[in-house]
Design a protein around this ligand. Structure first.
Ligand SMILES: [Zn+2]
Length: 405
C-alpha cells in the first residue's frame, strides 16, 4: 500500500510538473517576448509620397475593406492626396490606407526609406501623414544610433536603450490615461526621440536593445519621465527649472564631473547685433536698434560658474525692452539660424566690437536641456568601468531597473 501510494504521488507530481511545463512556461516566455506595438509618426505635410515594400510581398487595404496584393518585385506605389481622398494608380481609396504584410521579413518603404512593420497612410485635409506601426523593441533599434554613436561603450548604449524604452512607454501610458484620440504615440523627431528606421540601425544598437529587452526605469513602481540630453556642461538641472511645472525627485540635480571630455563642454558663439535684430523682427517682435543684452535671472539663483542656466534675459533696444526666457531665446535662435549654435541655456553674454560691426558673444557650457541623463557623462562613467545600472542610478537617483515584459 505504502509503495502504491508513493508511486501514485510521484506520478501525480510528474503530471503536475508536465502541466506546469506545458502551460506555464509557454505563457512566461510569451509574456517576456511580447513587446507592445506602437505607432510613430514618420512623415506629414506631403501632397504625395511613394510607398511599398523594400522586402517581401504586401497588401494595400482601405478602411472599407478594399484590398490589393503586390509581389515583392513591385516598385513602390505613388500615393496622392486629392480632393476626393487618397489616390493610387487612378483609383480612390478613401481617407486612410494600410500597407502591411504577413511575411516576417517584410520591410516597408516610404520615399526611399526603409522601416520595419506596417504603414498607416492618412489624408489630413490636403496632405498625407504616414504612421509606422511596429513593436517597441524594433522601434528602439532605429533610435539608439540617432542618440548615441554606436562606437561608444556598450554599457552607454544599454543605458540609452533602457531610457529610450522608458520614455516611450511612459508617454504611451500617459496618452492612454488621458484617453487622447491620437493616431500615433510618438513623433520621430526631437519632439520625442529621433527615429530613423532601418538606416539608423547598427549591430551594436540592436545588441544593446536585445540585451536589455523589456527593461525600464521605475520610481516607487511607476515608470519615470526618462529625460536625457547630450551634455549637461557640468551641472544637471531640474525639469521644473527648464520647463516650469513639476519637479521629480528622481531627476538628479547637481554637479556632474563626468562630461568634461565632451566637445560641447565649453563652446562659444557670436552673432552680429544687427543680425539678431533681423531675427527678432522676422519672429514678429518690432524692435529698434539693439544696444544691450542682459541676463536678468538664472536657475536657482546660481551663477554661470555654479551651473545657473539663463532663466530670463532682457534685450534693450532703441525705444524699449524685450524680455524672453532663456528657453524662448534659444528656441528662437535654433529655429531661425541653426540647432548647433546656442547649444544650451547655460551661457553668459558679452558685447564687443570687431572692425565696423558690434557683436554679442555667448560663452556657454553643455548641449541640450540638462535634465536627466547626460550622455557624455554616461560615456565617461562606462569608460571608467561603471555598468548601465550604476549609470542610471547616478542620473536617476532612487530608481530601480525593472523588467516590464
Ligand atoms: Zn554632464
Amino acid at each position: 500500500m505504502q509503495n502504491l501510494s508513493t508511486t501514485r504521488s510521484v506520478i501525480l507530481t510528474l503530471i503536475q510538473f508536465l502541466l506546469c511545463f506545458l502551460f506555464f512556461f509557454p505563457l512566461v516566455s510569451e509574456a517576456q517576448s511580447s513587446s507592445p506595438i506602437i505607432r510613430i509618426k514618420i512623415l506629414e505635410g506631403k501632397k504625395s509620397i511613394t510607398a511599398g515594400a523594400a522586402a517581401g510581398s504586401y497588401q494595400i487595404e482601405s478602411e472599407s475593406g478594399k484590398i490589393r496584393s503586390y509581389s515583392s518585385s513591385t516598385s513602390p506605389q505613388r500615393i496622392e492626396a486629392t480632393s476626393s481622398g487618397i489616390k493610387i494608380d487612378s483609383i480612390l481609396w478613401g481617407k486612410q490606407i494600410w500597407i502591411k504584410s504577413k511575411e516576417s521579413d517584410f520591410l516597408s518603404l516610404v520615399n526611399g526609406k526603409k522601416y520595419r512593420g506596417s504603414l498607416l497612410v492618412k489624408q489630413k485635409e490636403d496632405f498625407l501623414e504616414v504612421i509606422n506601426e511596429l513593436s517597441l523593441e524594433e522601434y528602439l533599434y532605429g533610435v539608439i544610433e540617432e542618440e548615441v554613436p554606436s562606437d561608444w561603450p556598450l554599457e552607454v548604449l544599454c543605458a540609452q536603450a533602457i531610457v529610450a524604452r522608458t520614455y516611450a512607454l511612459e508617454k504611451i501610458g500617459r496618452l492612454e490615461r488621458l484617453a487622447e484620440d491620437q493616431d500615433y504615440s510618438l513623433s520621430s523627431t526631437t519632439d520625442d526621440q529621433v527615429y530613423g528606421g532601418v538606416k539608423s540601425e547598427t549591430r551594436q544598437a540592436r545588441l544593446a536593445v536585445d540585451l536589455t529587452q523589456g527593461k525600464v526605469v521605475t520610481y516607487q513602481g511607476e515608470l519615470i519621465k526618462a529625460f536625457y540630453h547630450n551634455c549637461c556642461g557640468g551641472y544637471t538641472v531640474s525639469s521644473g527649472d527648464v520647463w516650469g511645472g513639476e519637479d521629480f525627485p528622481y531627476l538628479r540635480v547637481g554637479p556632474d564631473e563626468f562630461c568634461k571630455e565632451s566637445p560641447y563642454y565649453k563652446w562659444e558663439w557670436e552673432i552680429k547685433i544687427s543680425d539678431l535684430r533681423n531675427i527678432l523682427i522676422k519672429e514678429g517682435f518690432s524692435v529698434g536698434k539693439i544696444y544691450r543684452l542682459e541676463v536678468l535671472s538664472r536657475t536657482q539663483d546660481l551663477s554661470f560658474e555654479e551651473g545657473g542656466r539663463v532663466a530670463k534675459l532682457r534685450i534693450y533696444y532703441k525705444g524699449g525692452e524685450l524680455d524672453l526666457t532663456g528657453k524662448e531665446f534659444r528656441e528662437l535662435i535654433m529655429q531661425q539660424i541653426g540647432k548647433s549654435l546656442l547649444r544650451s541655456t547655460l551661457f553668459k553674454v558679452t558685447r564687443w566690437a570687431k572692425r565696423e560691426a558690434s557683436y554679442f558673444r555667448f560663452e556657454g557650457r553643455g548641449s541640450g536641456h540638462g535634465v536627466g541623463m547626460c550622455q557624455w557623462g554616461a560615456k565617461k562613467m562606462a569608460e571608467e568601468g561603471k555598468s548601465f545600472k550604476e549609470i542610471l542610478e547616478f542620473y536617476y537617483p532612487g530608481t530601480e531597473i525593472e523588467k516590464h515584459y
